[in-house]
Design a protein around this ligand. Structure first.
Ligand SMILES: Cc1ncc(COP(=O)(O)O)c(C=O)c1O
Length: 350
């Protein structure tokens, strides 16, 4: 049994769960990074951004940190701040999952709320302006996760873990917001000689990859209209980008919960949706990994609440059935391969 002195020492070395397999020997694995302290992969980058700021003298003992956040980066910063004696202010909006705001408070963060824009939606533009103003007025360290190289650098360890656990990773599929987790992991894997494909997933309504703007409820991923896409979205390493509706993303998470007992967040549900839809297109014997950005326990009042989904018009019975059908088709392809050696995979259908 290993005993650590600080919770941040438990960051990393998260396990993998096989979610699906095809008759051609392709595996879809979940990297359970929501099992990190704070229930999210983002604690990796929060620690890294603080480490780099300390090294560069941008954060001094007893100092203050201020950052706009939908919750996960904030919880990571709050954890490292409390361990190292910093004051942490999270600039948030009501679009954030309630459980994340409660968690920030539980970890001792100070919350500053900005109003959501007319018509609802995420207030990224407003949050960022308020955080920058507080930093300017108080001299607090503002990590600016969208443009801080420490964000992407924080995932070097994740790349090493995947290489150690799997040897070869043919594709990594992840929801993108700042881009740090997908692009940082992929860059580190490629530097180590791996030819892993990077597949980015954003909510329909997000404008990162040029789609039309609109309202979405997948908190943490995507960028709303008017928000400048930051430098951690490194298009030069992204091989494919997909958009997923709220209904499909949430159905993905909910069906996986019923099938495996593992609760993942809504944006991970979107990445799972893309992975299942595309799994039959990968060459035989591929290893495809979906990064689990955060834990489903943070969304019991939203993604996992039928009434919440219905109130927002994003409860879709057909979307749930489609995910079940994909699992059934892959299971059947494995049985067929065992029965008659046929490794044929037919399109599983939209
Ligand atoms: C739930 C969730 N999904 C996806 C992302 C996107 O991750 P990244 O900012 O590394 O692109 C985030 C980022 O905050 C998140 O909180």
């Amino acid at each position: 049994m290993s005993i650590v002195q600080r919770a941040s020492e438990l960051i990393g070395d998260t396990p993998l769960l096989e979610l699906a397999r095809t008759g051609t020997g392709t595996r879809l694995l979940l990297k359970l990074d929501h099992l990190n302290p704070t229930g999210s992969c983002k604690v990796r980058m929060a620690r890294q951004m603080i480490d780099e700021a300390e090294r560069e003298g941008r954060l001094l003992p007893g100092g203050r940190i201020v950052e706009p956040t939908s919750g996960n980066t904030g919880c990571g910063l709050a954890l490292v701040a409390l361990e190292r004696g910093y004051r942490f202010t999270a600039v948030v909006d009501r679009h954030a999952a309630r459980e994340k705001l409660r968690m920030l408070t539980a970890l001792g963060a100070e919350l500053v709320f900005v109003e959501t824009p007319p018509g609802g939606g995420v207030a990224s533009v407003q949050r960022r302006a308020v955080a920058a103003r507080i930093a300017e007025e108080t001299g607090a360290f503002h990590p600016d996760q969208h443009n801080n190289a420490g964000n992407a650098n924080g995932y070097t360890g994740l790349a090493f873990e995947l290489a150690r656990q799997l040897g070869t990773v043919d594709a990594l599929i992840a929801a993108v917001g700042t881009g740090g987790s997908l692009c940082g992991t992929i860059r580190a894997m490629r530097s180590a000689g791996h030819a892993t494909r990077a597949v980015a997933v954003e909510p329909e309504g997000s404008i990162i990859f040029g789609g039309p703007p609109g309202l979405y409820h997948q908190t943490g991923a995507g960028s709303p209209a008017g928000f400048p896409v930051g430098s951690n979205i490194d298009r030069s390493v992204i091989d494919a980008a997909h958009r997923v509706s709220d209904a499909d993303a949430f159905a993905g998470a909910r069906v996986v919960a019923r099938r495996t007992g593992v609760l993942v967040g809504g944006t991970t549900g979107g990445a799972i949706h893309v992975a299942l839809r595309r799994l039959f297109t990968f060459p035989a014997e591929s290893t495809v990994v979906v990064l689990c950005n955060d834990a489903g326990e943070k969304y019991l009042d939203s993604v996992y609440d039928d009434d919440w989904l219905r109130e927002r018009g994003v409860f879709d019975e057909l979307a749930h059935r489609r995910v079940h059908r994909w699992f059934a088709a892959y299971d059947e392809s494995v049985r067929a391969a065992a029965r008659d050696g046929s490794a044929r995979l037919v399109e599983v259908g939209a």
